[in-house]
Design a protein around this ligand. Structure first.
Ligand SMILES: Cc1ncc(COP(=O)(O)O)c(C=O)c1O
Length: 437
């Protein structure tokens, strides 16, 4: 299936080696279920659900039809002082699967926007309750919170911030939780809970009453799957409570079943104050993100304004776009009717065992995993990230799509995967590693 474009030059591609890609393009022209096809006719199995977006598999007709129908009925309604029914239905559906007491959802268009929005909600909340002195945000080393300026300021992955020296002030970072003795731990590490006490030290240094919120990915995803040590999230929650600090879980990857329950918050039994989400919200079919808040946050912000006044000065032209809402509703129906979160839970052991079969491969430096998500760290070849980048390309031509960050591969198959699909993903991974020996 040759591609029908005159030039690859005009599109400046994101997070890509543009010159190399355009010389040897890895173009996908079709996707269905667990598979994609490249323009030369090669068939690839999708080992990472795209970018962790498509738990229900590619090409779901229910989603496509819902979007098509919506586009014919009502293609666009602005959401400033106006609305359409879809956003309310979707918010209600998401509230149903969120932990208590989360019953309010603010829609955005991406994970990055969900992070910026969460930061603003935090500020609006503290202002509404007379705590405007809380100006400081806490995040963690190796964190990824998207690419807008708030998220970059919170980020702890060096490549995502070193070109952008002007970031927000007043951001302090805790350590990440990965330590050498945790190597090859399947599930939650037994060691490392004490790293939560970094937050206490930050409170002692800056004053807990100056800190607005702590941003945490329950599992740090983009950096290569860093699973929280047992007791760690609980301890962070306790310290936040001691100092009246808001806890934000960035569930852009972990939301919608990746850990075996709807949200990692439920899997780990720790309830934050704000949850960001995106990606699997629409099964990746239409861009959409969202921020869910505890009732008290919504009520505090809205009740602080005079009657009939806009309470929160924030929103995007495409917030709650009708097409995205239609895709979101259709996706949530699939998750519910097909029991996909339970399926993710049930398939996790098989998936992680299959990944752990790579443990003794000479190029494998570490394995980490939880639910339907696993990090495979490859020994670098002297230059960090070089081998991982080459492996990702070679895997593509060997029929496997995997997301790599540097030398870390992140496997996250769709929840519709059969055991045979998982075997195929791991076999192709191993075969490509072997070619690099
Ligand atoms: C935890 C987390 N937050 C935010 C984002 C940014 O999402 P997006 O790329 O949709 O802007 C990502 C993307 O991978 C993420 O993993």
């Amino acid at each position: 299936m040759p591609f029908d474009v005159n030039s690859l030059e005009n599109h400046w591609m994101p997070f890509s080696a543009n010159r190399e890609f355009k010389a040897n393009p890895r173009l996908v022209v079709k996707s269905e279920g667990m598979y994609c096809w490249d323009y030369k006719g090669g068939k690839l199995i999708d080992g990472s659900s795209g970018l962790f977006c498509c738990p229900a598999g590619h090409g779901r007709t229910e989603i496509a039809e819902a979007v098509y129908k919506q586009m014919l009925e009502n293609d666009y309604t602005p959401h400033f002082q106006l609305g359409h029914p879809g956003s309310f239905e979707l918010a209600e559906r998401i509230s149903r699967i969120l932990p208590d007491p989360f019953n309010h959802v603010f829609f955005v268009n991406s994970g990055s926007e969900s992070v910026e929005t969460a930061m603003k909600i935090v500020m609006a909340y503290h202002r509404a309750r007379g705590q405007s002195q809380r100006l400081r945000f806490v995040s963690r080393e190796r964190a990824y919170h998207g690419v807008n300026m708030g998220g970059v300021s919170l980020a702890g992955m060096v490549k995502n911030r070193e070109s952008f020296p002007v970031t927000l002030p007043n951001i302090v970072t805790m350590r990440h939780t990965m330590t050498p003795e945790q190597a090859f731990t399947k599930g939650q590490p037994l060691t490392g809970v004490e790293m939560a006490d970094d937050l206490t030290r930050i409170c002692e240094t800056y004053g807990g009453s100056t800190i607005a919120a702590v941003f945490i990915e329950p599992i740090a995803g983009s950096t290569g799957t860093i699973v929280p040590p047992i007791g760690y999230l609980e301890r962070v929650r306790e310290i936040c409570d001691e100092h009246d600090i808001l806890l934000v879980f960035d569930e852009v990857i972990t939301g919608f079943g990746r850990t075996g329950q709807a949200f990692a918050s439920q899997t780990y039994g720790v309830t934050p104050d704000i949850i960001t989400m995106a990606k699997a919200l629409t099964n990746g079919a239409i861009p959409m993100g969202a921020v869910a808040v505890r009732d008290e946050i919504y009520e505090t912000v809205t009740n602080a304004s005079p009657d009939n006044a806009i309470e929160f000065f924030h929103g995007y032209t495409y917030s709650a776009h009708p097409a995205a809402c239609a895709a979101g509703i259709a996706t949530q129906k699939i998750y519910e009717e097909d029991g996909l979160f339970q399926r993710a839970h049930d398939m996790s052991d098989y998936f992680l065992d299959a990944v752990w079969s790579l443990k003794d491969h000479p190029l494998v430096a570490d394995l980490r995993g939880f639910g339907m998500m696993a990090g495979i760290e490859i020994n670098h070849d002297g230059v960090g990230g070089r081998r991982g980048t080459q492996l990702q390309k070679d895997m593509f031509w060997n029929g496997l799509h995997v997301k790599f960050t540097g030398d870390n591969a992140i496997l996250a198959p769709a929840f519709v995967a059969e055991r045979s699909h998982i075997d195929e993903i791991v076999d192709k991974f191993r075969k490509t590693l072997d070619q690099h020996l």
